[in-house]
Design a protein around this ligand. Sequence first.
Ligand SMILES: [Fe+2]
Ligand SMILES: [Fe+2]
Length: 512
Amino acid sequence: MDGEGTSRRSFMVQAGTVALCAVCGLPHLSCKEADGTKAKGPVKSRKKLLKLLDVGEGVFRPTSSGATIHWVPNGEIESELWAGNSSSDMNIVNSTVSSEPIEMTISEFADTREVFWKVRHRRVDEDRWTSSATRSFKTRCPAGESFQVALFADSHFYSPKNRTEGLRNIQECMNAVRRSRPDFCVFLGDEAGVQFVNESKTPSQALARERWQAWRDFMAPMLADVPSFLVLGNHEGEAGYYRDQGRTGSVFLQRWGTIERKRHYLNPLSTTYAEGGENQNWKGNDKSGATGGADEGNCSPLQNYFAWTWGDALFVVLDVHRYTNPGKSTPTVPEEWTLGRAQLRWLEQVLKKSDARWKFVVAHHVVGGSKWDANCKDADTGYAYGRGGAQYARVGEQAKITSLMKQYGSQFFLYGHDHIFAHQQAEGIHFVCCGRPTRVPNRWIGQPGFVEAYGDHRARDPHDFIMDVGYTRLTVGPDKVVFEYIKTGMDPKGAENIKANVGDVVHRFEVT
Ligand SMILES: [Fe+2]
Ligand SMILES: [Fe+2]
C-alpha cells in the first residue's frame, strides 16, 4: 500500500492538513489538557524534554500499589522518578543514568487509589533538569466499587488514509478518553502497523522501530494520563504467518515486531498479576541476527496474552495471531485460526480459578470467524480474515472458547478488527465489537460478508450496529456492567448510519 512505510520525518511533512503541534511538535492539532484547554506547560520546556527522550513517559502495568513508568532516552541521560499521594507531596522513588529504554516501578502506595508522579531528566554533562508535567493514575479498584474502562480499537494510526481527518479523530478520541479519566484503556489492536511495508522500502527491524516510535509519540498524551493494555492485532505484524516471509525467507516481521513492541510498550509480564500470562521460555536464535538474535525483546515473556482482576471483574487478553500457521500462509479457512495449545490451556485455568463476578475475554477478533476476505466482498480469495462476532460463536476454535466461557461464567467477548460498533448475543454471551476512532469504509455496510456477520442493519435496532467513529466506555460495578459507545468525531466520508452529535452516547446497554 503506497506510503505505508513512510519514515517519521516524511510522515510529518505529509501530514497534509494536520498542522504540526506548536507545543510538542507532533503531527496533531494541538496539545490539550484533559479538560480540553490548551496545554499549560512551557513550550520551551516541552521541546527540550522531547530532545532528551526518543519516547516520552507512559504509565503501564497498574497494580494495587502503583504502576510502571516507561520512557526511551535520546542518548545518555540522568532521570529521577517522583511519586506521592498528592501533587504537592512527591518524593524520589527511583533514579538512573541510562541511554536504554527505562522501566521504573512505583509500588509504595497500597493505601491510595490515586498516585501522582512526574519524571525529570538531564543530560549527564548538564546541570539543569527538565521536568515532565505532574500526572496521576488510579491503582487497582477494590471489589465492591465501580470503575471505568476505555476500549479503543483499530486506530490504524500509520495508515496514509488517516493523515488528514483520521489523525484529528484519533486526537479527539484521546482527548475524550482523558477527560473521562478511566482506570485504564485497552487498545483492541491494529495500532502500530508493523505489518504494512512501503514498496519503496525494504522491510526491516529499523522500519518496525519507526512505526512503534511514531505511534508512541502520537499517543503520548493519553499514554501518560491513562494506564493501558494492548491486544495484538493483525497489523502489529506478529502473527505466526508473518514469521518467515519474502522470496528468500528473509523478512521476519514477527520477531522484529515483537522486539520493537516490547521496546516501546509495556504489556504485563507473566509475573505482573496473579493470573500470569505467556511464559513458554521461548528464546530467539543468537546465531541468527536477521531474526532478532538474542535481543532481550526476542524472548519470553512475550507479553502477548495476560489477564488481571480489577474491582469485581476479570479481564483476559488473548493473542489470536502468533500461534496461527507459523511459518506458513495466512489462514485459508476459519478453522486454521488458533490460540495454540498452551494459551488455550492457560485460558481455561484463568477462567476456572477466577471467582470474579464479571469475566471479560478480549481479543482482536474471534478465533475463526467468517470465510470472507478483508472487505467481506469475496469468499473465495483463500484468506479467511477473521471477521464477525456472535454469528461465529461455534466456528473453529471459537467453539471451544464459547464452551469455556459458558462453563466458567464469562459473559463478555470484546473485539475490534471489524471497525464498527456492534452488540450481539450468542448462547448467553455478549459479543461486542468496540468501534473505531478514525473512519469506517462506508461500502462495508452492504457487503455480503458483513450482512452475513451482522444481518441487514436496516432490519436491526440501528443503534446496536453503528458506523460512527468513537470508542466504547465500560462502567463496571459489583451489580452491573454498562456499555456506552461515545461518538468522538465525524467520519471523513460520512459513513454514519445514525444521527448523533459528537460527544453523544450513541448506544448504551447494561447487564445486571
Ligand atoms: Fe483494523
Ligand atoms: Fe485487524
